[in-house]
Design a protein around this ligand. Structure first.
Ligand code: PLP
Length: 457
């Protein structure tokens, strides 16, 4: 018998989670106006809302926390983190921020002006928000296959080079940089290949623009390169990471994902000029250059986390746990986005609940059902998250209407995955009885999904 994969760690500390009754959940969700972001965490049994900042730290990270240097300027923790980032990515210039979107805010303040175009692969929601907030355009250049949930393709995060070149040809003066999101969360945690990174970088140079990697899940992306891109199968994850960043001029990163910490972020670059421009905004928005919104102890924990996240044995157990959930759900016939992503399983809500029209938000409706069924919290990635068009103010209906089940790192067991699979199976079996969705009663002008109030129809 083959020895199966398993977690390369054991448990040292546990945290109680709370079961609830169906009646309690009905009441709580109504009080939350059917917005799962408004639930209290104690009202949730298995929380798959996000993999952001929800992972478990290691004993070595906790030890590093005790050694944090809290000096305002020149802290040792800053240099420890800067050195880790340099050794992983090769970037010489580094600025810490309090989280990923803060890095976007700082960098985009330095680089984007009104009327600019930022091509990329299905920009992350806060990235798009920060671009549109500056009256610039986030132009999607993801490969076509990414929007067909049934096409199995190894690198559905890739950019469509023709689409990208067309955009650059016509407007290259308005493109301060191209943003490549690794892995591409918005299309299902799908990776970008080294080959594609190389080609994007080449196009950027041809049209005298830059490439920035939005790097929240850089290590998961590297795992997929190792396991799917022939030329890289014998390289270590760290070697692959180093190779990836050869094709970028800079990066932003939310450390709350592959950084294996609960809060934090940073930017890094080759270019001194960008660094100097960004430094001004970093001091204004985040803090002095050697802490930028992070405590010294947090920078220490992040340095250690980046090292652990870029190890193959960890990544293998992580990504195989996600695939395990995907396999269970598939075996029940539940329609999923394929191939399975690195950090999450994405349920295709329009296929799961075909009676609910797009205007009644089928993905949100399914997320509501899942919470009511078993206290499991997923998140809508559909028309509510897509916001209104900034000009016409009409609802935007993205090609895919998904419920994302994001798996926190090193947090839940295989038994938890079985509970999630069983709950979705129950809903799937009674799906014909679910015929109405929700309507919006109150919403914010941008990033509305976080605070929207809904009513069940
Ligand atoms: C999480 C994330 C961000 C934003 O980072 P925060 O730490 O949540 O502010 C940006 N881009 C991607 C791809 C992300 O996953």
């Amino acid at each position: 018998m083959n020895i199966p994969y398993s977690e390369p760690y054991k448990i040292k500390m546990v945290e109680q989670i709370h079961k609830s009754s169906a009646k309690e959940r009905q009441k709580w969700l109504k009080e939350a106006n059917y917005n799962l972001f408004k639930l209290r965490s104690k009202q949730v049994f298995i929380d798959l809302l996000t993999d952001s900042g929800t992972g478990a730290m290691s004993d070595k990270q906790w030890a590093a926390i005790m050694e944090g240097d809290e000096s305002y300027a020149g802290s040792d923790s800053f240099f420890r983190l800067k050195e880790m980032v340099r050794s992983l990515t090769g970037f010489e210039y580094f600025l810490p921020t309090h989280q990923g979107r803060a890095a976007e805010n700082v960098l985009f303040s330095a680089l984007i002006k009104e009327g600019d175009i930022i091509p990329g692969n299905a920009h992350f929601d806060t990235t798009k928000g920060h671009i549109e907030f500056r009256k610039a355009e986030a132009l999607d250049c993801t490969v076509r296959e990414a929007f067909d949930p049934d096409i199995i393709n190894d690198f559905k995060g890739n950019l469509d080079l023709q689409k990208l070149e067309n955009a650059l040809k016509d407007n290259y003066k308005k493109v301060p940089f191209i943003i490549v999101t690794i892995t591409c969360n918005t299309t299902g945690g799908q990776p970008v290949s080294i080959e594609n990174m190389k080609a994007v970088h080449k196009l950027a140079k041809k049209y005298s623009t830059k490439v920035i990697f939005d790097s929240a899940r850089f290590a998961e992306n590297a795992y997929f390169i190792k396991t799917r891109e022939e030329a890289w199968k014998d390289k270590s994850i760290k070697e692959i990471v180093r190779e990836m960043y050869k094709y970028a001029d800079g990066m932003t990163m939310s450390s709350k994902k592959d950084g294996l910490v609960n809060i934090g972020g940073f930017m890094a670059f080759n270019d001194k000029d960008i660094y100097e421009k960004a430094s001004v905004f970093n001091i204004m928005f985040e803090g002095f250059l050697t802490y930028g919104g992070m405590a010294g102890r947090d920078m220490n924990a992040l340095a250690q986390g980046l090292d652990e996240a870029s190890e193959f044995t960890y990544l293998e157990s992580r990504i195989k746990q996600v695939a395990y959930l995907g396999e269970r759900l598939s075996s029940y016939g539940i329609p999923l986005l394929k191939p399975y992503g690195g950090h999450a399983i994405f349920v295709n809500a329009t296929e799961f609940l075909p009676h609910i029209p797009r205007e009644e938000f089928p993905a949100q409706s399914l997320a509501i059902e899942l919470y009511l069924e078993a206290g499991i919290r997923g998140v809508e990635l559909g028309a509510i998250m897509a916001d209104r068009d900034p000009v016409s103010r009409k609802n935007r209906f993205p090609e895919l209407e998904l419920v994302r089940l994001a798996i926190p790192r090193r947090t839940y067991s295989q038994n938890h995955m079985d509970v999630v699979a069983a709950a979705l199976k129950n809903i799937y079996e009674r799906r014909d009885k679910i015929r109405r969705g929700v309507k919006i009663v109150k919403e914010a002008p941008i990033l509305r999904h976080f605070t929207v109030d809904l009513e069940r129809l």
